[in-house]
Design a protein around this ligand. Structure first.
Ligand code: ZN
Ligand code: MN
Length: 484
């Protein structure tokens, strides 16, 4: 990028909240299903139906705002945003206009090695609209109101991002926090997380500064499309500036849609202004007053966020980047790991065990770590037995299976099964000699440079000891004989 051109990006993210019921009625809040089966007079906007605020919506919004270091308003009011569209039967959306629940926060962002704070201008509560379904074949459109009244938070950043990579990282970081705190499932394909980006250029020419018209890009439904759409738009604005020299003062804002298929943005409309929506206070909802102690109680619920955990896990436990990234996908997984690692001599092995054996079991059974039947301290004990050379990794997997079957602690299973690595050197030596006598061809092969001959003899030894030999010790004994 030409150093006389600065890119300015701000993001607006809509997130559907994972509450049991919708924002202002008792209808179930979930994605999909048979159209128009989860509707009632309130979310259909029938005359006379009165909305009531779902407390869980308020809680999740405050939690999100607290995680983003926002000031939380102590009295909550709602406004009507008026517009007409077939998926909006009331003719208005319940939203928050002049007094969003959360304001003036920030997000700590890391892009590559660079750290940066991105300001959060506001975060407010609103409701989702229904969904128009257009058919290609029948020349008809249908409306599904199942989504109507789904609770949303809208998070508006300051225009402080300076590249598509930053905008993408910002959206990923927001999503990660919201997932971690159980605020939203962040599923972009299902529309739980929708990002609109505002972008324009600040151009310096001979000491004069010009700002190109701000473009709001809609319809980006993956992280990849956020990056691609912004890259395209930055180039388009550069070309457009050379051709038409239009500034934001001359034409204001424009709304464009990202078209995945063609890889371009297309003009939708001139951007509406707030006054176009004729906002006014929602008369059907009461004002909610929050006490200071209620607001501060959310600090504890936020706790340590994934980015901070990653840093701490790396330095405190010496975990790899892969380990920390995978562990911090869920709050429960982090807690479970720390519980298991706290008395363990090798925390790295604990992390490995969770991310391979335990995760595999959870995936097979379609469960999360909350439903894992073994206590963390038993995994710690199992790993300690391996660390002390009592059992091999292979046997540990067998013990693990038995632990899951019977819920016993690893020590007693090892005793019951009579499992312990044959460490007795004399016994092992005898077996090694037996095998060498039995397979003279393997000795010849090994000396001819065929490494798999050793593998074969090791296999024979494992067979004789039912897998209980220490592989390192056995290998050393074989080599000692073979290299003579
Ligand atoms: Zn309803
Ligand atoms: Mn909105």
């Amino acid at each position: 990028m030409n150093k006389n051109i600065q890119v300015i990006i701000g993001c607006e993210i809509h997130l559907q909240l994972t509450t049991k019921t919708k924002a202002f009625c008792g209808c179930e809040n979930r994605f999909g299903g048979i159209p128009n089966t989860r509707v009632c007079p309130i979310c259909l906007g029938l005359p006379g139906a009165l909305p009531q605020l779902n407390k869980a919506v308020l809680e999740k919004a405050i939690l999100a705002g607290t995680a983003l270091h926002c000031h939380i308003e102590n009295w909550i009011k709602f406004d009507r945003k008026n517009y007409t569209y077939p998926d909006l039967p009331k003719g208005y959306q319940i939203s928050q206009f002049d007094q969003p629940i959360c304001q003036a926060g920030w997000l700590d962002l890391q892009v590559g090695k660079t750290k940066k704070k991105i300001g959060i201008a506001r975060l407010h509560i609103e409701e989702d609209a229904g969904k128009n379904l257009h058919t290609n074949t029948e020349n008809l459109s249908y409306v599904d109101f199942n989504r109507s009244g789904t609770p949303l938070i809208e998070i508006v950043s300051q225009p402080e991002m300076t590249s598509p990579e930053e905008a993408m990282a910002y959206t990923q970081a927001i999503r990660e926090i919201m997932l971690f705190l159980g605020i939203s499932d962040g599923n972009m394909e299902e529309g739980s997380l929708r990002c609109d980006a505002n972008v324009n250029l600040r151009i310096e020419e001979e000491g004069q500064y010009y700002a190109t018209p701000i473009v709001e890009i809609k319809n980006m439904n993956s992280f990849k499309s956020i990056k691609q759409a912004l890259n395209y738009e930055i180039k388009r604005q550069q070309k457009d500036w050379v051709l038409h020299r239009l500034t934001v003062q001359m034409v204001g804002k424009e709304t464009r849609a990202w078209d995945e298929a063609s890889g371009t943005t297309k003009h939708l409309r001139r951007k509406e202004k707030a006054s176009d929506y004729r906002y006014f206070p929602e008369p059907d909802l009461k004002t909610v007053v929050l006490t200071p102690s209620y607001i501060t109680s959310f600090q504890v619920l936020v706790g340590e966020l994934p980015a901070a955990k990653r840093e701490r896990f790396t330095s405190q436990y010496g975990l790899s980047e892969f380990d920390v990234v995978t562990l911090t996908t869920s709050c429960e997984l982090c807690d479970w790991f720390e519980e298991a690692a706290k008395n363990c001599s090798n925390p790295k092995k604990v992390a490995n065990w969770i991310l391979t054996e335990i995760n595999a079991w959870l995936n097979q059974n379609n469960l999360t770590i909350n439903a894992f039947p073994l206590p963390p301290k038993h995994i710690c004990e199992l790993i300690e037995t391996m660390e002390q050379g009592v059992i091999t990794g292979k046997l540990a997997k067998e013990v693990f299976v038995r632990m899951l079957e019977g819920g016993e602690n690893p020590q007693s299973i090892i005793q019951h099964m009579g499992l312990a690595v044959v460490k007795d050197e004399e016994a092992l030596n005898k077996l090694v000699l037996e095998i060498l006598a039995e397979f003279p061809q393997s000795i010849t092969d090994f000396r001819a440079g065929k490494d798999n001959a050793l593998q074969f003899m090791m296999g024979q030894l494992m067979k004789k000891t039912k897998g209980q030999a220490s592989p390192a010790k056995a290998k050393a004994l074989f080599l000692e004989r073979l290299q003579k």
